[in-house]
Design a protein around this ligand. Structure first.
Ligand code: FE2
Ligand code: FE2
Length: 488
């Protein structure tokens, strides 16, 4: 028996002999088996196999859109300038086996690198380790430590329990202190610097410092007058994927939908994950799929990418719906899924230099735990939880909030100061300029799902942020409805 058919038996399914014969005769037996596994039947008849095969042949193919004959894209004259920072991309480097030692090494790496960032932020008072606090009683000092707990006292002040690489300490934050507001936002596992006076029992905080972005960081611009279009969360294969609207975006890139000058400037398209809907990502997902074969979903995705003009560089990183490991950091999508597509495949998170602008691309899976962990944050304004991550200089500060692979190098630390931070996952557009860094959430091309209706979450589909890199001008284009609406 072929090993693909064996997978059905291993899943507890039984085949009639004509179903078995039909399957065994097919060259695409692997795809058909994948689809049958999703259908989760007990007895598989010949008719079941035929049904799956007929669905397969009905794979939607994008309608080709011709380039407007008068369209002269300026981006065509530039050679692409993209450089991936290989040291900060886990692809091909994952060495973790998940042992206890791996966790120790991971946390040590995280602490050391965050400590370095925090120490570079200030030099007003001497740094002290938790083990040396008593020797320095009555002095003013700075302690860099990880939060392991916090509580409010009867008088309304706060005691924060912290830990560094030499031991533990208690920080007292008076409700009257300016830094009390920041202390309230502290999450477990946050690594921050507390500055204040040391007593026998506490360090009495006068100041709390996040690793943050320096106040004086200036915004960067590029020499070449080109544009980058940011996408995420296409969810190809889902019945909610808005293909018609996506094709309108492609038609716009080809000079057919107005605003040709901006369309002609687009030299790069960066896609921050969830390019397909995947299979088995959540219970009963198969009811919301039109394409129930993961390979076919990627085939559809690459066909859409092929429609994008060839002078545009496409960069793709994965999300939690994509067919790579779910735990982060996620490696790049394997080449067999992207086939002959010219897309540059990178991990999530990744750092890359586009025309000299330092990009941090991350799908944004941890935004869920950040939104539920810090009061005042919501799905309606994705730029705010994104800022909470940037200030912490860490993409997944709550350990256990979303699955993390404890690699020896913590890829989730935001080591360099990015010019653009691009995320998706929330399905809601948002942007903010913070100390010269542009925070962008690129929304989605998926309509509101039943799950989102139940959660009361309102996405903003078909709105594409486009950055003109020489001027820093950001334009949000809507490809919903009849007209291409432009909002700035
Ligand atoms: Fe998504
Ligand atoms: Fe996602």
């Amino acid at each position: 028996m072929g090993e693909d058919i064996q997978r059905l038996y291993s899943a507890g399914m039984r085949l009639t002999s004509d179903a078995h014969r039909l399957l065994a005769s097919r060259e695409d037996v692997k795809h058909v088996v994948d689809k049958l596994l999703v259908a989760n039947l007990v007895f598989v008849t010949k008719e079941d196999v035929e049904k799956v095969i007929s669905q397969e042949s009905k794979l939607p193919t994008p309608v080709e859109v011709a380039r407007s004959p008068s369209f002269k894209p300026s981006a065509k004259d530039f050679t692409p300038r993209v450089k991936v920072v290989q040291d900060e991309d886990v692809s091909g480097k994952s060495r973790c086996t998940g042992t206890m030692d791996d966790f120790v090494v991971y946390f040590r790496n995280r602490f050391e690198r965050m400590q370095k960032l925090l120490r570079a932020r200030t030099n007003s008072n001497p740094f002290v380790k938790s083990s040396r606090l008593r020797q320095n009683a009555m002095q003013k000092a700075i302690l860099v430590a990880m939060v392991i707990g916090k509580r409010i006292t009867k008088k309304g002040d706060m005691v924060v329990e912290v830990e560094d690489d030499e031991g533990q300490a208690l920080i007292f934050v008076s409700a009257k202190e300016k830094c009390f507001k920041d202390a309230k936002a502290l999450l477990n596992d946050d690594i921050v610097a507390f500055e204040g006076k040391i007593t026998e029992t506490f360090l009495i905080a006068e100041n709390l410092m996040w690793p943050d972005i320096p106040v004086l960081k200036e915004r960067n611009y590029t020499k070449n007058d080109v544009a980058i279009a940011y996408l995420s969360d296409l969810h190809v294969g889902s019945k909610f994927f808005l293909e018609k609207e996506f094709m309108k975006f492609i038609s716009w890139l080809k000079g057919n939908e107005g605003n040709e000058e901006l369309a002609g400037k687009v030299k790069y398209i960066e896609i921050a994950g969830d390019v397909v809907d995947g299979i088995g990502v959540y219970p009963s997902q198969e009811k919301e799929l039109i394409v129930r074969d993961i390979y076919k979903q990627y085939e559809m995705f690459t066909k859409l990418m092929d429609e994008i003009p060839d002078y545009i560089t496409i960069i793709v990183s994965p999300g939690n719906h994509d067919a790579v490991r779910r735990a982060e950091p996620q490696p790049q999508l394997p080449p067999e899924l992207l086939k002959e597509s010219r897309a540059l495949s990178i991990g999530s998170p990744s750092r890359l230099d586009i025309e000299g602008l330092r990009h941090l691309v991350y799908h944004g899976t941890s935004l869920d735990s950040i939104i539920s962990g810090i009061s005042g944050l919501s799905y309606a304004k994705p730029e705010e939880p994104m800022l909470a991550l940037l200030k912490r200089r860490h993409l997944s500060p709550i350990y256990g909030g979303n699955p993390i692979v404890p690699e020896a190098h913590d890829y989730m630390v935001i080591n360099d100061e990015p010019d653009v931070v691009h995320m998706g996952h929330i399905h809601k557009n948002g942007s903010m300029l913070y100390r010269g860094t542009l925070l962008l959430n690129s929304g989605t091309f998926q309509a509101r799902t039943e799950f989102q209706v139940r959660m009361g979450h309102v996405p903003s589909p078909c709105i594409v942020p486009i950055l003109e890199t020489a001027s820093g001008k950001l334009t949000h284009l809507s490809f919903k409805g009849e007209e291409t609406a432009i909002s700035r």
